[in-house]
Design a protein. Structure first.
Length: 312
């Protein structure tokens, strides 16, 4: 488990460095979004997997058991998760505009606009996590002589309902609606383009003319990357979203540590799949982008050669 936790942030770091220092035959705006996704995914793995889960099970009294870390922990955790989720959403929307429209493409699909959008996603993602600051309190158990970070029992129903509803809509409802609609429109546009191209080919064949290829190589790779990243996000996150909606709507008063209840088991499986989504993007890039795959192999060969030289 510890080796997996350490390798996943390394994979995201390698992805960031490759996109930053190498040319992978992608547009500059796409490269910026993929770099930002690598940063956000690394933050998710560090704050949730390494610090929260690993430290929790390997430390008697984790550092966030006391204030102010007890209140700040979820701001960083939810903020990183919100940023990671919505970077996939805005990347999907940006690629949809780049593939299907020309007027909006020139205005929005460039480096400066990408930087503004990425900065906004990170800032808003953490701002929407600020209400979690008042959801926890640090208490001292005199019998066990330990501090614990627990939910506030004196929180008002209105506050709890607002925080839960906001986070549910932000992380588990709106992203899937936007990604689903955008991907559907993208694939529909490509289908219509294919049909028009086939008709043009038929007309050109009767006249002895040639028709240019349907999609340029870069555009084809962009479509494959878009569908792969966004659909992987949906498939790996849908279980957690459904279980969280159920738990927060109808099963909010149950014991979440009681694994005799099927919903708790399903919720933990959903959490694992969601965290897996933050660790697999490098492998998705390697599977779908030949240039990125070549750069990864170059890096591996370089480090292997350096290792052999150091051993000698």
């Amino acid at each position: 488990m510890n080796s997996d936790n350490s390798l996943c942030p390394i994979a995201n770091t390698v992805s960031f460095l490759i996109f930053w220092r190498r040319k992978c035959m992608l547009s500059k705006s796409s490269t910026m979004y993929l770099m930002a996704m690598a940063v956000a995914d690394t933050a998710v793995l560090v704050f949730i997997v390494v610090l929260e889960l690993s430290v929790k099970y390997h430390t008697v009294e984790p550092f966030w058991s006391r204030e102010p870390w007890c209140n700040l922990r979820d701001i960083f955790s939810y903020g990183a998760y919100n940023a990671s989720t919505w970077l996939v959403v805005v990347f999907t929307a940006e690629r949809f505009l780049a593939i299907t429209t020309w007027g909006m493409r020139n205005r929005l699909c460039h480096t400066r606009a990408a930087l503004w959008v990425i900065g906004g996603v990170f800032v808003l993602g953490h701002l929407f996590a600020v209400p979690h600051y008042w959801a926890y309190v640090s208490v001292h158990d005199r019998k066990l002589k330990r501090w614990f970070c627990v939910y506030r029992t004196d929180a008002s129903v209105e506050y709890v309902g607002t925080v839960v509803s906001l986070q549910t809509a932000l992380s588990h409802v709106l992203p899937f609606v936007v990604v689903g609609v955008t991907n559907s429109l993208t694939l529909r546009q490509i289908s219509l383009s294919n049909r028009v191209h086939v008709e043009a080919e038929c007309r050109a064949a009767t006249r002895g003319h040639k028709v240019p290829p349907l999609l340029r190589s870069r555009k084809r790779k962009s479509v494959v990357l878009l569908v792969t990243v966004s659909m992987t996000f949906v498939l790996l996150s849908i279980t957690r979203s459904i279980t969280q909606i159920v738990l927060r709507s109808w099963k909010w008063d149950i014991d979440h540590d009681d694994y005799s209840l099927e919903i708790n088991v399903a919720a933990d499986i959903g959490n694992m799949l969601t965290l897996l989504n933050s660790a697999v993007n490098m492998y998705l890039y390697a599977c779908t982008q030949s240039k990125f795959r070549q750069e990864v192999l170059t890096c591996v060969r370089y480090f292997l050669c350096r290792g052999c030289l150091d051993c000698n």
